[in-house]
Design a binder for this molecule. Structure first.
Ligand SMILES: Cc1cc2nc3c(=O)[nH]c(=O)nc-3n(C[C@H](O)[C@H](O)[C@H](O)COP(=O)(O)OP(=O)(O)OC[C@H]3O[C@@H](n4cnc5c(N)ncnc54)[C@H](O)[C@@H]3O)c2cc1C
Length: 287
């Protein structure tokens, strides 16, 4: 339970952080809230010789509107997401999701950037970002680039981040006013990672689903965007037969591990149950 020796660095700018990470190569690692990385270090599953703490970089913090987008700095904590009036009015799904991540102690330090960059399929925010059509802003020695959340995740703990690159912000197109949303998460106890979870954002017009997007958490090596299931629902009134077909389509793309949270088939079925509940709640909230 004691990490290996490491040197601690606290740059004050993104450029300095990138410079340090480039200098250290495989021996350096970005540190955000530390609530995934430090436990890994204590188990010696991660043994970075240099930690580059992003906490002193003011430009990585904050939540702002930019045209029709909301831009959230990577070092914004999960606690700050919950307290943001801007997010509460524009993207309440983020508040709902943050509230089921871990517990208040973790959320005071755990950051949005760390949650989405970590690559753990158990993290809740990645599937929500896929559902919302978010884009990740990345910066490295080679300059800045943007990658869609839907293309970022390649395997467990394997993302599109290049060595030495950091995620600086998450850019989310604000869903239209009156959209319905829900994040339904099954967990064994308060503070646990999901056995399965589903995020839904939809709009309704004339009693029919006009647009729909679905993300699934912890039922594959990566978070999942359930595109086919959403297509099935679009144009429907969310009648029982259509919801059943969409749930089957969503379950079909899952490939969960059998682990302490249950056998694979159970977790697939729970993804379906979470999706059904999320659809019902999202519909009830849609104007
Ligand atoms: C008891 C407990 C329960 C938890 N339950 C949940 C849960 O239910 N749901 C959930 O989603 N999470 C859960 N977590 C994880 C928590 O949300 C973490 O805070 C989060 O996964 C990582 O964010 P962090 O800021 O702590 O990142 P860190 O732990 O500092 O970093 C995590 C990884 O991301 C990299 N990284 C961090 N920031 C950046 C960046 N800006 N650019 C590039 N790479 C970066 C680091 O190098 C590291 O590899 C739990 C944690 C604990 C301790």
């Amino acid at each position: 339970m004691i990490p290996g020796a490491f040197a601690y660095h606290r740059p004050a700018s993104v450029q300095d952080a990138i410079g340090l990470l480039a200098q250290f190569g495989d021996d350096g690692r970005a540190l955000a809230g530390g609530h995934s990385l430090i436990p890994m270090m204590k188990l010696r599953l991660a043994t970075p010789a240099n930690l580059v703490d992003l906490a002193g970089i003011a430009e990585l913090k904050g939540i702002r509107a930019d045209g029709g987008d909301i831009v959230i700095g990577a070092m914004t904590t999960q606690h700050e997401l919950i307290g943001s009036d801007l997010l509460g009015s524009k993207i309440p799904l983020l508040r709902e999701t943050s509230l089921v991540i871990a517990d208040p102690q973790v959320r005071y330090l755990g950051t949005l950037g760390g949650n989405v960059a970590n690559g753990d399929p158990g993290n809740d925010m990645p599937a929500v970002m896929m559902c919302l059509g978010a884009t990740y802003q990345l910066a490295g020695k080679g300059g800045e680039r943007r990658v869609a959340a839907r293309e970022f995740y390649q395997g467990a703990y394997f993302t599109s981040l290049e060595p030495g690159e950091i995620l600086t912000a998450v850019r989310i197109p604000a869903p239209p006013a009156g959209h319905g949303y829900a994040y339904e998460k099954l967990k064994r106890k308060v503070g646990d990672f999901a056995t399965a979870a589903a995020a839904v954002v939809l709009t309704v017009s004339g009693g029919k689903v006009a647009t729909c997007s679905i993300g699934l958490t912890n039922v594959a090596e990566t978070p999942l965007w359930a595109e086919e299931a959403a297509k099935i629902l679009t144009g429907s009134s969310l009648d029982t037969a259509t919801v059943k077909a969409a749930v089957a389509a969503a379950e079909a793309i899952t490939a969960p591990a059998t682990d302490a949270r249950g056998p694979a088939r159970y977790r697939t079925k729970m993804a379906g149950v979470m999706l059904e509940r999320a659809l019902a709640r999202a519909k009830s909230r849609a104007a």
